[in-house]
Design a protein around this ligand. Structure first.
Ligand code: NIG
Ligand code: FE
Length: 390
C-alpha cells in the first residue's frame, strides 16, 4: 500500500492524549502527517518524516482532525423560513414547529429525502465535517421513522432513533399511547438501523419519567442513550443522562449547579449547539462554567430546518469563542475530540497513528483563524478515510 506524506504544515492539531499535558491540542509546529490506506501511520516534525511515495505540500498552513459533528437532524423535507422570519421579528421558538417539518417529511418521497440528505452532507464535508451523527424524529410513525433511519444508515454508522422528538399529532390526546408505540412497535422496526436512542426531554415534549422509560426500552434493544436536555428550560434531562450513563447530554443551556456537578462526575459529555441559540435568539449555554467544573464539552451543529439550519462546524466554533467563553483551543478540541467523545469514539477526532486519516487543511497558518476569521471559507482541503475529497 502506498503512503502519502502531507508536509510543510505550520500548525498540526493532533489532539494526541499523550501530549495533552500541558497542551490539550497536542500541537506540533513545522509538522508532517503520513497516511497509508484509510489510516494515519505517523505524525511529527517535518524534518523527521519517513520517506513515502507521494508528497502533498501544505504550504505552511494548518492541519487539524476532520470535524466530528455529533448532533444533527438531516432526514427532513421542506424548510421553515417563515418561522425564522417571525422569530427575528420577536416571536419565541417553540417545539411545536417540529410538526411543520413532520408533515413535510411524511409527504416527501424517499428519493427526495435522500437528495436533501446528500446535499447537506456535501455541504458539511466542504466545511470540514468528516464524521457525523444524524437522527430520525420528523416521521413519528413506525414506517416514517424506519424510513428515516434506513436512509441515514446508508451514509453514517452514527444513527440515532428519535421517535420521541415530540408526541405525534395523531396521539395529541394520548401521549401515553405514543410512548407505548415509541417503546414498542416503532422501536422494534427502528433498532436494527440505529446505534443510539435519543429523547427530547422538555416541557411540551417528554418529561423525565417518559424519557427514562423510552431510553431504558431502547437500551434493552441494544441502543445506547443520548438526550436533548435542558434546552429551553431547567429540567431533569441532564441528571437523567448521567443516571443512565448517556454518551451525551445535548444543548445544556439551562443548568443548575447540581446539573453541572452531575456532569463533572460522569462520563457523559455536554454537547453544546450554539447554532440553536443563534437561530432562536436564546441565551448562550455557559461553556466556561462547564469547562471550569471539569466537564467534557463537545460542539456540534444541531443542523435542522427549525432551530439551527447550519451545517457549519467552523461557524459554531466562532460563536462558542465569541459568546460562550471558550478559548479557540478549547473550541477546536470540542469540535473534534469532543465530538468523538460524545460518540464514544477514539478512532476519529485525533491525528495519531492508528486513527482514521480524516484531515482538514485550512487556508490559514493556525486553527485559531477558525474563530479569528468568522464566516470566511477557510477549509481548503479535506481527506476522509485517507481520500482527498475537497
Ligand atoms: O435540537 N430540540 C429539539 N429538536 C431540535 C429542533 C427541531 C426543530 O425545531 O425542528 C433541536 O433544536
Ligand atoms: Fe437537536
Amino acid at each position: 500500500m502506498s503512503a502519502t506524506v502531507i508536509t510543510n504544515i505550520a500548525t498540526l492539531v493532533t489532539n494526541d492524549p499523550s501530549l495533552r499535558d500541558p497542551d490539550p491540542l497536542g500541537l506540533v509546529r513545522d509538522a508532517a502527517v503520513v497516511i497509508e490506506g484509510d489510516r494515519v501511520v505517523w505524525t511529527g516534525a517535518a524534518s523527521k518524516a519517513p520517506a513515502t511515495d507521494n508528497r502533498v505540500d501544505a504550504g505552511g498552513r494548518a492541519v487539524l482532525p476532520g470535524f466530528v459533528d455529533s448532533h444533527s437532524h438531516l432526514v427532513f423535507a421542506g424548510d421553515r423560513t417563515e418561522e425564522f422570519n417571525a422569530r427575528m421579528s420577536g416571536r419565541p421558538y417553540s417545539a411545536g414547529g417540529i410538526r411543520t417539518t413532520v408533515a413535510a417529511t411524511r409527504a416527501a418521497s424517499e428519493a427526495e429525502l435522500e437528495a436533501t440528505l446528500t446535499r447537506h452532507l456535501a455541504e458539511a464535508l466542504r466545511q470540514g465535517t468528516t464524521t457525523f451523527e444524524t437522527k430520525s424524529g420528523y416521521g413519528l410513525t413506525v414506517e416514517d421513522e424506519e424510513r428515516a433511519l434506513r436512509l441515514a444508515a446508508r451514509h453514517t454508522d452514527e444513527v440515532t432513533y428519535l421517535g420521541a422528538h415530540v408526541v405525534a399529532p395523531e396521539y395529541a390526546d394520548d401521549p401515553a399511547g405514543y410512548v407505548d408505540l415509541v417503546t414498542g412497535a416503532m422501536l422494534d422496526a427502528c433498532a436494527p438501523h440505529a446505534r443510539w436512542i435519543d429523547v427530547f426531554c422538555e416541557k411540551g415534549a417528554f418529561d423525565g419519567d417518559q424519557a427514562r422509560a423510552i431510553l431504558t426500552a431502547g437500551r434493552a434493544k441494544g441502543l445506547h442513550p443520548r438526550i436533548h436536555a435542558n434546552q429551553l428550560s431547567y429540567g431533569p434531562g441532564v441528571r437523567l443522562a448521567v443516571e443512565l450513563d448517556a454518551a451525551s447530554a445535548d444543548h445544556c443551556t439551562h443548568l443548575t449547579d447540581a446539573d453541572v456537578d452531575a456532569l463533572a462526575n460522569s462520563a457523559t459529555v455536554a454537547t453544546l449547539l450554539p447554532g440553536a441559540e443563534f437561530s432562536t435568539r436564546a441565551a448562550w449555554p455557559d461553556a466556561r462554567r462547564l469547562l471550569d467544573a471539569g466537564v467534557t464539552v463537545a460542539l456540534s451543529t444541531d443542523c435542522n430546518p427549525g432551530s439551527s439550519y447550519t451545517s457549519s462546524v467552523p461557524f459554531c466554533v466562532a460563536l462558542a469563542v465569541r459568546d460562550m467563553g471558550m478559548t479557540p483551543d478549547e473550541a477546536v478540541w470540542a469540535a473534534t475530540a469532543g465530538g468523538a467523545a460524545a460518540l464514544r469514539r477514539t478512532d476519529v477526532g485525533r491525528l495519531v497513528p492508528g486513527a482514521y486519516a480524516d484531515l482538514v487543511l485550512l487556508d490559514a497558518p493556525s486553527h485559531v483563524h477558525l474563530a479569528y476569521r468568522p464566516g470566511v471559507p477557510l477549509v481548503t482541503g479535506v481527506w476522509r478515510r485517507g481520500v482527498r475529497e475537497v
